[in-house]
Ligand binder design. Sequence first.
Ligand code: PEP
Ligand code: MN
Length: 416
Amino acid sequence: MEHEFKPLLYRFQLLLLVRLLFQAVCPGIGVSEGAITRNHKPGQTKVSPGFLLSVSSVQPGPGGNFRPWLFVGKDQGMIIVMKSGASQKDKDVVLKCIKELGYTSHVIHGKTRDVIGAIGDERGKLALQALESLHGVENVVSILQPYKLASLEVKKESSVVRISDDVVIGGPQIVVMAGPCSVENEEQIIESAIAVKKAGAHILRGGAFKPRTSPYSFQGLEEEGLKLLAKARDLTGLPFVTEVIDPETADMVAAYSDILQIGARNSQNFALLKKVGQIGKPVLLKRGMAMTIQELLMSAEYIMSEGNQSVILCERGIRTFETATRNTLDLSAIPVLKGKTHLPVVVDPSHGTGNHHYVAPMSYAAVAAGADGLIVEVHPDPEHAASDGAQSLKPAKFEAMMQKLRLFAEVDGRTL
Ligand code: PEP
Ligand code: MN
């Protein structure tokens, strides 16, 4: 008897305390016992340990501001799912409330309805929950993962990243980016661009700024390299992806390129991630050599939280005890990522293996495992390449690979 009574008593006291505190701080919001739930079914989920409560109405208190500072906690994200017919006015009201609560909002447009991510700390969580009673709101749910905007919880449909009028990554087409590791001179990049285009590639790759392990290795042609890439684009119509290595040169790289590549060595350079988030151009984010899948998603979150949703994730191999290949290409990352994020996933079999012999088989395997695209190193004269010659395909070999890749894509119901 005492057994059953005590928890009930605690629950009642706690509810009373919460009610008094909440009403003192947010006079416009009514609190009553009942249930408001994550999936909005009466009588189901506990809002926080030990008690059930419902926030019955949303009216800003005096001065128009909520001040729910009594709930101190960690990083928190909530999704406000709008009804499919919600008007712009409904969304504007939600956005205004989110701002007043001190949260940052991110509108994500879905096929049938919009969802609004509200990112901030846990203090305003209960008041955010109260937005459920606003007109046009379907429900409000917590985002459980530490990455929020990248999460499948916030967006159930796969995201597509538009690169140009003809090229979209994350749609039914497998998108292939190909070209040399580094831009070396005009002849080399133009020859490469023409060859990869002829073989069916959709995007040209080429490094102008090279983050080399040794300070004595070729560091890239820098702005001259970007100009040559732009020339190759003018000639072939292929958009290009190139690496950005620091926040100082990021604007310059963005002025030329179609996709900004964040390399494995920079994938937790948070200042750089924020910078490319602010620039807003599509970003190809490579996995770091010792990065977990969750850390990769957290890096994507850095970019997205700055307002740039055009992020493409890239598995390029991780460092393991194995020395037979340059890295261990973790193809299981593809289905794992697909179960966690709506962002497109591409694979780099060149850096993933370090050996041109292994590039084609791993490309087929990547497509079979559900990759949305590939980034492959191709060089007209790999023996004399300034960087990564050993893993670069000659144009003829790349062309043969593309033909076979088409068959793998078709088996998976995709095009190339
Ligand atoms: C590259 O693409 O040439 C490169 C340096 O890749 P990663 O950052 O994956 O090593
Ligand atoms: Mn390379």
